[in-house]
Write a protein that binds this ligand. Structure first.
Ligand SMILES: Nc1ncnc2c1ncn2[C@@H]1O[C@H](COP(=O)(O)OP(=O)(O)OP(=O)(O)O)[C@@H](O)[C@H]1O
Ligand SMILES: [Mg+2]
Length: 400
């Protein structure tokens, strides 16, 4: 038996603990965000991959380069070899060939919340990887970080404590009394072509109090404020992804009211499954109550996504089977399996999609890409089904 005496932890000790943790995080951030190390996207695609991404043959690309519709491919100054195409260049090809997958103006932009009140289930991982999956396809994406922990903000290369001003750059000013009328002020481009970000930092937590105060003071319904804000910018995007905080608060309710589609990440273990079931129950009860004041809202799809699944754990397999039975038509077919590649990439504030080489082993990297791609493809199809202008193509692809 452990003979150590347990003693109560007092506030000063907690403060010391948090200071130590902050130092470690500070060091990691200093390394990642050191001056001159601004995050860049170093992905390059050879003509074969580019042709596949664009949906036209290599020959058509070469022809367009030869007749000036596309710029000459870049070459390395020293070796004279082709350096490959950047994502921006691939998107330029898509423009020239008319193969950008974007929605028609009459299609409603997808506003997808990746939500579960449980912490650590993979919400931010799913948001950042989906955003980049869609950007690689050529969609116009906006990521809105609604969580004061700012995980998505950090992954997109911003140091929440340094690069983000809570009084100017986050959602917070928009929620304040007399704040800006639209969300344009908060949108920023990222180093990913096609992805804009509304960042967060710790100051966003004050929005919870701001909401409560406004409800009391103005007697107004504030839970649709985020939705009306998103409406002011959504015309620029195909897909808006919302990364909410892991709690039932004003912000996470606002996210549920703002979204028109919902993905619920849930690891297949007992505790997370129970809390996901609880989340769904609480969500529907709360949304019902709110709809009496604010009017009903509906989702074009609600899907449960098994995350962090480990096939070697019999408990995971058993609970996944149970989830499939309980949620039958609501489970996504794709599963985001547990992968060291994701863990390692995140530890360096990167995603798997922006790695130029494997973070672990090449096999692990490939497998992980396959899980991520299958999740991305399935969500892409769900979204395209909501866009009438895509229906003819979906029929041709045998999906509708
Ligand atoms: N499929 C996966 N394989 C391995 N690690 C994963 C996977 N998905 C997420 N993780 C890791 O789990 C941790 C929590 O993930 P993430 O931050 O995405 O969860 P979250 O739901 O956004 O958490 P929070 O509730 O705190 O916002 C991270 O360290 C992430 O790297
Ligand atoms: Mg998160």
């Amino acid at each position: 038996m452990d003979t150590q005496v347990l003693y109560p932890v007092a506030l000063p000790e907690l403060e010391a603990l948090s200071a130590r943790a902050a130092t470690v995080i500070g060091r990691l951030r200093d390394r990642v965000y050191a001056p001159g190390t601004e995050k860049t996207l170093d992905l390059r695609f050879n003509v074969r991959s580019a042709a596949e991404m664009v949906g036209r043959s290599e020959k058509l690309i070469r022809d367009a380069e030869a007749d000036g519709r596309l710029p000459e491919p870049a070459k390395d100054d020293e070796t004279g070899r082709r350096t490959g195409y950047s994502l921006a260049q691939v998107n330029r090809m898509r423009e020239v060939f008319g193969t950008l997958p974007i929605r028609a103006e009459t299609d409603v932009p997808a506003v997808v919340a990746v939500q579960n009140f449980k912490g650590g289930v993979g919400k931010s991982t799913v948001v950042t990887h989906l955003a980049q999956f869609f950007a690689l396809k050529g969609y116009r994406v906006c990521v809105i970080d609604c969580d004061s922990q700012a995980s998505s903000t950090a992954i997109f290369g911003l140091n929440p404590d340094v690069d983000v001003d809570e009084d100017e750059d986050t959602l917070y000013p928009f929620f304040r009394h007399g704040g800006p009328p639209t969300l344009h002020y908060a949108l920023r481009a990222t180093y990913w072509p096609g992805i804009a970000l509304i960042p967060a930092n710790l100051g966003l937590y004050d929005a919870e109090y701001e909401f409560a105060a406004r409800m009391a003071r103005e007697q107004t319904f504030v839970l649709d404020k985020l939705r009306s804000g998103i409406e002011t910018i959504a015309d620029q995007f195909d897909i808006v992804l919302l990364d909410p905080p892991p709690a039932l608060g004003m912000l996470s309710l606002s996210v549920l009211r703002a979204a028109n589609a919902l993905i619920v990440p849930a690891p297949p273990n007992n505790i997370d499954f129970a809390s996901t079931a609880h989340f769904l129950k609480m969500m529907s009860a709360t949304l019902n109550e709110i709809s009496e004041v604010g009017g009903a809202r509906s989702f074009s799809f609600v899907k449960v996504l098994a995350t962090k699944m480990n096939d070697n754990k019999s408990a995971h397999v058993a609970i996944k089977r149970m989830m499939d039975a309980v949620f039958a038509r609501d489970m996504m077919e794709a599963v985001l399996k547990d992968s060291a590649e994701i863990d390692n990439a995140t530890a360096n504030l990167r995603t798997v999609y922006e790695l130029t080489g494997p973070a672990t082993r090449s096999e692990t990297h490939k497998r992980c890409r396959a899980y991520l791609d299958s999740v991305g493809r399935e969500v892409e199809t769900l979204i395209r089904k909501t866009w009438p202008s895509h229906h003819a193509d979906l029929r041709k692809e045998g999906i509708l």
